[in-house]
Design a protein around this ligand. Sequence first.
Ligand code: SF4
Length: 125
Amino acid sequence: MQVRCVDAGSCNGCEIEIACAFNPVYDAERYGARLLASPRHADVALVTGPVTRNMAEPLRRTVAAMPEPRLVVAVGDCAINCGEFAGGYDVEDAVSDVVPVDLAVPGCPPRPDEIISALRRVTGR
Ligand code: SF4
C-alpha cells in the first residue's frame, strides 16, 4: 500500500506524528504501508490540517491524480473539522468538504499508534 502525505495547512504537529509512525520504533512499513512522493503511484492519501485557500485546489488535483481505487484518510482534528484553525481567514474548509474522505483519525495530534491503526485498517495487516 503506497501512501502519499498532503499537508493542506497544518501546524506541522500531525506531520511529526506521521513521521514517527514510519520511524524504526513504530515502523508502519511492517504493516505494508510505504510513503512515496508521487500521487500517481499512491493508493492512500494521508491529509493533515485544515484545508487552506491556497491548498484546496492542489489537494483536489493530488487526489484526482491518484489511480482508482483510492482512499483518503483525514489525519488530526484540523483535517476533520478545522480544529484550532476553524474560522481562520485563510481556511477554506475541512478535508471532507474538499475531497471525499474514507477514514478519519481524530486527535491533536493523533498518536503514531493511532495513525498506524488507521493504516492497518487500510492495508488489512
Ligand atoms: S490537529 Fe493539532 S497537531 Fe494536527 S495540524 Fe491541527 S493543531 Fe496541528
